[in-house]
Design a protein around this ligand. Structure first.
Ligand code: NAD
Length: 383
């Protein structure tokens, strides 16, 4: 058994996602477990160099985690032949340009979603990456969540019969920043900075629906800007002009109808921050991030509509838990490990930049649908 090194240029790593999910829970966790084991028994050990604009912040982050390598010089990092992979979790608007620079420098690339803020840019970088022959990928973490893995297992088992519909609820209250500090960055609420829930969340719904239910073919979306003024990280009021809720309906292959409400302006009264309710001819299921419950045709009770009587049936108790038969690791880490195997031993990989572009395609179509108040079809994307 030999140990191979993977030098990773990690950009935007002082941010929320970069620090928590990618550095700490993925790369450092992989290092702590002794690397990624390949089929031949070799181990790949990630060796990150942290890149950011603010030297003080990046250095402190590196030191806090016992890492030696950090820099504010992205060009210098890209020029280092010993670091083969570029990763980006900085703000959305810069991503396509950064990925393009990394591809030009001959690096493999992996990045957060959305891969770009327009479909044109997303396709351009996907084509460049393909032509350069490098390995590339986009984060599609939600399909690695236990709740969604269970939902997919039910679908693959034929549990649902013919799937009729999906109702998804995503969201929670994001504080305005006046009385309580906001729990999301202020750029999320400014159009000019690449904010907006449609661009942010429809990318997720594309791969979740495509992989777990059926491919998305068409969208009708109504966005909203419910809270037009918020207070930023420095306590300054700003115009929050981006969409902070999206009420969307999708048509999927096979006639499945999916409705997804996405909102940063809703208070949670459900089992999880995101839930998917799937109805099929032979059974139904409701999945959250971790749990999934099911009800088959033969276990379906018969409620009788009588508004004059108080309700006696406890509907939520009539569902059966899909058990945890395996232990689930962090979804971001699982995807990192898959990508590392893809780089080193050509392991199967379905999450390349074209997949990322499909997410942007749905977001762009959602925005167009809202603007033009009509259904928008999604043509099949190819490189
Ligand atoms: N997969 C997911 O579930 C998920 C969830 C949230 C966010 N995201 C994505 O992750 C990305 C980051 O989101 P976040 O919530 O962590 O944001 P954030 O604001 O917390 O972090 C952004 C990072 O980018 C850096 N940055 C911003 N402008 C820069 C510039 N000009 N040059 C260099 N660095 C710059 C910031 O310093 C910070 O480190 C976004 O693209 C977002 O869509 C993904």
């Amino acid at each position: 058994m030999t140990e191979q090194r993977l030098g990773i240029i990690m950009n935007g790593v002082t941010g929320r996602m970069g620090t928590n999910q990618h550095l700490v829970r993925s790369i450092l966790a992989i290092r702590a477990q002794g690397g990624v084991v390949l089929a031949n028994g070799d181990r790949v050990m990630p060796d990150p160099v942290l890149v950011g604009r603010n030297a003080d912040k990046v250095e402190r982050l590196a030191r806090a985690h016992g890492l030696e390598r950090w820099t504010t010089d992205l060009d210098g990092a890209l020029a280092n032949k010993d670091d083969a992979l570029f990763f980006d979790a900085a703000s959305t608007q810069l991503r396509a340009g950064l990925v393009e620079r990394a591809v030009a420098a001959g690096k493999h690339v992996y990045c957060e979603k959305p891969v770009a803020d327009t479909l044109e840019d997303a396709l351009r970088v996907a084509r460049l990456a393909d032509k350069a022959g490098i390995r590339h990928g986009v984060v599609q973490d939600k399909i690695f969540l236990p709740g969604l893995l269970k939902l997919k297992m039910l679908r693959d088992a034929g549990f649902f019969g013919r799937i009729l519909s999906v109702r998804g609820e995503f969201g929670y209250w994001v504080f305005e920043g006046d009385l309580q500090p906001a729990q999301r960055p202020s750029w999320n609420y400014r159009k000019a900075d690449g904010g907006g829930i449609i661009l942010d969340m429809l990318c997720h719904w594309r791969y979740v629906l495509d992989h777990t239910i059926a491919p998305v073919r068409s969208v009708s979306c109504l966005g909203a800007n419910h809270i037009p003024e918020r207070v930023d990280e420095d306590g300054r009021p700003y115009r929050a002009d981006a969409d902070d809720a999206a009420y969307a309906t999708f048509e999927l292959e096979g006639g499945v109808i999916a409705q997804m409400n996405s909102s940063w302006c809703t208070r949670v009264n459900r089992d999880d921050l995101v839930t998917f309710h799937v109805d099929g001819t032979k059974g139904s299921a409701v999945a959250g991030l971790h749990r999934c419950v099911s009800q088959s045709n033969i276990n379906t009770p018969k409620p009788v509509w009588n508004p004059d009587q108080p309700r006696t049936m406890r509907f939520v108790e009539q569902w059966q838990e899909v058990p945890d038969v395996v232990s689930f690791d962090n979804g971001f880490k699982v995807q990192w490990e898959m990508f590392i195997r893809h780089i080193f031993e050509d392991a199967p990989w379905q999450h390349g930049l074209l997949e990322g572009a499909r997410g942007v395609q749905l977001a762009e179509a959602g925005l167009k649908s809202w603007q033009e108040r009509r259904w928008v079809d999604l043509p099949n994307l190819t490189l």
